[in-house]
Design a protein around this ligand. Structure first.
Ligand SMILES: Nc1nc2c(ncn2[C@@H]2O[C@H](COP(=O)(O)OP(=O)(O)OP(=O)(O)O)[C@@H](O)[C@H]2O)c(=O)[nH]1
Ligand SMILES: [Mg+2]
Length: 284
C-alpha cells in the first residue's frame, strides 16, 4: 500500500526547505532515537546536496538503552558521529556546539589558513513531525521561541537564534515528510506518534506493535496487559487486554476499538517506557 502526504503540502515543504538551506552552512537532522532509520527523510540527502550534516537522535530517555548501544555501534562502524540526546534534560547547547564545530572544522581551518576570521556557523534544524525540533530550539534559546505546532511559510522572515558566538541556529525548523510507503516504516511512525493514527489502519499498527512487544518485550506486555503467549495471535491478544481493562460490551464481548485506542494512548503517553521500535540487526 502506498500512502503519500497531500502532494501540495509536500511540494511546499520541499520548496521552503530549499529556500532556507541557501542561508545555512550546515544541517542538523533530528531523528527519533527509538526508530533511527524509519525517522529519516529519504530526500534530505538530495535537498542538502553537499552541505555538512549532523544527525542527532532525540528521545533517548524514551528508547531502550541496550538497543541504543547497538545503534551507536552500528553507526560508528560506518565512521559516523552519533549523538543520542534527551532534549529535556541534557545540556543540548554544549552538545550541539561541540558537534557542529566538529562537523565544520575543515572549513574553519581552511578559512583560518587564508586569514579569514570564521564567523558564527549557521545551522538549520530539520526533521519529521513530532521528532522534537521545537523542543530543541526552545532549549537552545532557554525560552519559548517556536510553538510546538509551528509550520514554516515561504514568506516568513527568518530570525536567527544565537546559541553561542560560534553558532547561530535558524529559529524556524524545517519539517520533513517521513517515508511510509513501506508498511513497517509506517507502523513505526504511527507507534511513535510521528504520523497521525488515522493515516494507517489501526488494526495494522496495533497488530505490528503488539507482536513486536511479544517478540522483544514480553515482560512489559505481560506486566501492563496481562498477556502471556508464545506465539502471536492478534484476536486472542486483544481479547486478553480488553478483559484486563474491563472494556466489555453487551453479551460479554470485548470492545476491540476501545482496546486498540487504549493501547495507542498508552504509547502516546509513554506508559510502557523504554522501548525501541527498530533494531540494527534488520539493517546488517
Ligand atoms: N522524553 C522526551 N520527549 C521529547 C524529547 N524531545 C521532544 N520531546 C517531546 O516530543 C513531543 C514533540 O516535540 P516538538 O518539539 O513539538 O516536536 P516538533 O518536531 O517540533 O514537531 P512538529 O512541529 O509537529 O513537527 C513533545 O511532547 C515534546 O515534549 C526528548 O528528547 N525526550
Ligand atoms: Mg515544531
Amino acid at each position: 500500500m502506498t500512502i503519500q502526504w497531500f502532494p501540495g503540502h509536500m511540494t511546499k515543504a520541499k520548496r521552503t526547505i530549499s529556500e532556507h538551506l541557501k542561508l545555512v552552512d550546515m544541517v542538523i537532522e533530528l531523528r527519533d532515537g527509538r526508530i533511527p532509520m524509519s525517522s529519516a527523510n529519504p530526500l534530505l540527502q538530495e535537498l542538502i546536496a553537499n552541505k555538512p550534516r549532523l544527525i542527532v537522535f532525540t528521545k533517548r530517555d524514551m528508547a531502550d538503552e541496550s538497543v541504543t548501544k547497538q545503534w551507536i555501534a552500528y553507526f560508528e562502524k560506518d565512521g559516523q558521529t552519533v549523538i543520542f540526546i534527551d532534549s529535556q534534560k541534557d545540556n543540548v547547547k554544549k552538545i550541539l556546539l561541540e558537534n557542529c564545530l566538529k562537523v565544520m572544522d575543515a572549513k574553519i581551518q581552511r578559512d583560518l589558513r587564508r586569514g579569514i576570521h570564521p564567523r558564527a556557523i549557521r545551522a538549520m534544524i530539520v526533521g519529521i513531525p513530532n521528532v522534537g525540533k521545537s523542543t530543541l530550539i526552545n532549549r537552545l534559546a532557554k525560552r519559548k521561541v517556536v510553538d510546538v505546532a509551528n509550520r514554516p511559510g515561504v514568506t516568513q522572515s527568518i530570525k536567527w537564534l544565537t546559541v553561542d558566538k560560534r553558532l547561530d541556529v535558524m529559529d524556524t525548523p524545517g519539517i520533513l515528510w517521513p517515508r511510509f510507503d513501506d508498511v513497517k516504516i509506517g507502523n513505526r511512525l504511527a507507534l511513535t506518534s510521528a504520523i497521525k493514527e488515522q493515516i494507517l489502519p489501526i488494526e495494522q499498527v496495533v497488530a505490528f506493535g503488539l507482536e513486536y512487544l511479544l517478540n522483544h518485550y514480553p515482560k512489559i506486555l505481560n506486566e501492563r496487559y496481562g498477556v502471556s503467549a508464545t506465539e502471536f495471535d492478534f484476536d486472542a491478544t486483544i481479547e486478553m487486554i480488553g478483559r484486563k481493562f474491563g472494556f466489555i460490551m453487551a453479551e460479554n464481548e470485548v470492545d476491540k476499538r476501545r482496546t486498540m485506542a487504549a493501547f495507542m494512548a498508552d504509547l502516546r503517553q509513554d506508559n510502557l517506557k523504554s522501548i525501541s521500535w527498530e533494531r540494527p540487526d534488520e539493517y546488517l
